[in-house]
Write a protein that binds this ligand. Sequence first.
Ligand code: APR
Length: 308
Amino acid sequence: MRNKVTVVGAGNVGATLGQRVAERDYADVVLVDVIPDMPMGKALDILEAGPVLGYDSLVIGANGYDETAGSDIVVITSGIARKPGMSRDDLIRTNQGIVTQVTQEIVKRSPNAMLICVTNPLDAMAQLAYSVSGFPKQRVMGMAGVLDTARFRTFIAQELGVSVRDVQAFVLGGHGDTMVPLARLSTVAGVPLPKLIAEERLAQIVQRTRDGGAEIVNLLKQGSAYYAPSASVLQMIDSILLDKKMIMPCATYLEGEYGISGLFVGVPVKLGSKGVEEVIQLELSEDERAQLQKSADSVRELIGVMGI
Ligand code: APR
């Protein structure tokens, strides 16, 4: 039997993800949205690309949740996206209500699912979904680190004129201005980044990575990034459903790792068929640890705003 992936929110990120999952041809896809008929239209359109591209994934759209029953993975992208000048944190009040309601509906029908949160502010929304669902921590996670790392790798590869495949990098922390791109532990074909790029230039690349989402929001004028975000979620889904056990940075619930407790923050984890199977503990310098702590503090502040 094929796996079942539900994507709640059939907007830019959700519909693009639906397309990407369908094209993988190992899972059926359900797209859910509150806009009448829209998810059905997008689902049918994706389904009708199957004969051309050669996939048999079943893709359906829905305005309710009955069709989502028995999902293996549920990705939550529903919510409002950023407009120019807005931070991810400005979205919190509206998106808190949406993510709460969506999680309740999902849990009723897919009690064994993995939840992947994409809605911003990411770490806070992942924590909200964890709290509302009552799921074990292994089955609730947020997508941010893969995207932030992809941006970092893109800029490094461009700077050095090498393949993105040769660039290994990690970005830790919350998905916001305080994220921590780890230049010291990033490598190109095994060579540490600080040996390849001068400190000042590296600092500019790190800053561009931190501002990567805003750079796209400003160019698009309406809406926020969705091609790279949906690709990043797809990689997480691949690792879980194919039990690849890839190590990638994801927002996960920490209980003492990295000196942080009771909070969702982005750190490297092993993703497999049981979800977050392990938190990988990197040895951080004093400065990196302090930056991660600062990032965790800003996530904690948002949790306080939500009152959970
Ligand atoms: N239930 C289901 N869908 C909902 C609900 C709800 N309660 N509320 C809103 N939606 C839908 C909207 O109708 C819309 O189609 O969520 C969709 C969001 O899509 P977009 O506005 O295109 O936003 P997108 O770019 O996909 O971003 C979604 O991901 O990256 C984050 O910050 C971003 O929080 C945002 C989320």
